[in-house]
Design a protein around this ligand. Structure first.
Ligand code: PMP
Length: 428
């Protein structure tokens, strides 16, 4: 219903003419973005936007070192993965060094969906079962198998397939004060497994996004995943950690969010930030799990593990280290959280501030109204007018999702906090 200028209207029309209804655009008035650098993106008129939505260019938009690595390698050699490439071994060793020693094998894919698809197959082969447990508003990708375990993809009240059960994300916010979040999550998992068993379905694994992004961002208390891992193992299944969103240092302590919970998953999947925009993804697991998988079916991926992906991925790891971006994510996350709590003290519509490092969720309520998705939508559209790009998460779309590039500064945080305060004041 928004009034669009003629140029935007034409672009929107061309988009839908070519891509049909499957095309999804952000904002009532969609943006034409033409370039980006660091924490900023620029529209066709040259206007600058602070990017708090980003979940791909983790080391900063168009980082020159990553762009150069991709450019140089694609000028030298870009082909399939069936030859020996030294740069691929260098990358694999550097990536695996960020993981606990037992997760010593890597599979490279092009998308997070493919990585989760393989993870599911490993869990099914290992357990001899098919049953998968996920959280209520989870998203894990777009292949048939992975969509089946993505409750957030189902529309119009469609039920999940018979082999899938969903349980509430581990949310202290939704439990009585003083509850043991990890114990409640493990009990829900056990009940889901018991229900499967009663229906003749053997449990294969628990698949969770370790920051529970689409469920609304849940990170505390640290350790809350440990009891669920024990339940999954006791029932003969695997624990699959989907690190597609929180991975590569975003949560501010080490590279991986699962470490926050003191666990070592059986399979870890990665994607989005892995190539800072170069499309690449993958998974790590224990060699015996991978061996069993490859014994049952062959595996080949034309583009996964190609030399350009190796160059991009290695450049990302180097920049994370050289620019100390993981420490920065931790520090800037604390700074933002302090500012958000200050705002919450003055504005009761901010019902909760949570998350870890530069992956924060801000739950909006509104007077009597909870959850307040309409306020959230208005805030997101007004923030764009203030020059800040931000998204929403959660079952009701009422949680602002804060996820900037990891090179975020105090000045960027102040710019965001000032804009949010102005927008909330106006959205009265
Ligand atoms: N897992 C999670 C948690 C995701 O957020 C996504 C993408 N939004 C995926 C998996 C799928 O990744 P891709 O789009 O690269 O297939």
């Amino acid at each position: 219903g928004a009034e669009l200028d003629e140029q935007t209207r034409q672009l929107v029309q061309r988009r839908f003419a070519a891509f049909g209804k499957a095309s999804v655009l952000f904002y009532e008035k969609p943006l034409e973005i033409v370039n980006a650098s660091g924490v900023h993106m620029y529209d066709a008129s040259g206007r600058q936007y602070l990017d708090l939505y980003n979940n791909v260019p983790c080391v900063g938009h168009c980082h020159p070192q990553v762009a150069a690595a991709i450019g140089e390698q694609s000028a030298r050699l870009a082909t399939n993965s069936r030859y020996l490439y030294r740069n691929l071994d260098d990358y694999a060793e550097a990536l695996l060094a960020t993981y606990p020693g037992e997760l010593s094998n890597l599979v490279m894919t092009c998308t997070g969906s493919e990585a989760n698809d393989i993870a599911l197959r490993i869990a099914c082969m290992h357990s001899g079962g098919t049953g998968i447990v996920v959280t209520s508003t989870a998203y894990h990708g777009n292949t048939s198998a992975v969509m089946a375990v993505s409750p957030s993809s189902y529309r119009n009240g469609h039920a999940l397939p018979a082999h899938v059960r969903s349980i509430p994300a581990p949310s202290a916010h939704d439990l009585p004060a003083g509850s043991d979040v990890g114990a409640a999550f493990a009990a829900a998992l056990q009940a889901a497994i018991d229900d499967m068993t009663a229906n003749g379905i053997r449990f294969a694994g628990l698949l969770v996004d370790t920051i529970f992004s689409s469920d609304g961002v849940f990170a505390d208390p640290p350790g809350f995943l440990r009891p669920a891992l024990e339940v999954a193992h006791k029932a003969g299944g695997l624990f699959i950690a989907d690190e597609v969103q929180p991975g590569f240092g975003r949560t501010g302590q080490g590279h991986w969010c699962f470490a926050r919970h003191g666990i070592v998953p059986d399979v870890v999947t990665m994607g989005k930030p892995m190539g800072n925009g170069y499309p690449m993804a993958g998974l790590v697991t224990r060699p015996e799990l991978l061996d069993a998988f490859v014994r049952e079916t062959g595996y080949f991926n034309t583009f996964g593990a190609n030399p350009v992906a190796a160059a991009a991925g290695h450049a990302v790891l180097r920049v994370l280290e050289q620019e100390r971006l993981i420490d920065n994510a931790g520090r800037m996350g604390d700074y933002l959280r302090t500012g958000l709590h200050r705002l919450a003290g003055r504005d009761e519509r901010i019902a909760d501030v949570r998350g870890a490092g530069l992956f924060l969720g801000v739950e909006l309520a509104g007077g009597e109204q909870w959850p307040n998705a309409s306020l959230t939508t208005r805030v997101i559209n007004s923030m764009k007018d203030e020059g800040v790009l931000i998204g929403a998460a959660g079952a009701y779309g009422n949680v602002l999702k804060i996820r900037p590039p990891l090179c975020f500064s105090e000045a960027d945080a102040d710019f965001f906090l000032d804009a949010l305060e102005r927008v909330l004041a106006r959205a009265g």
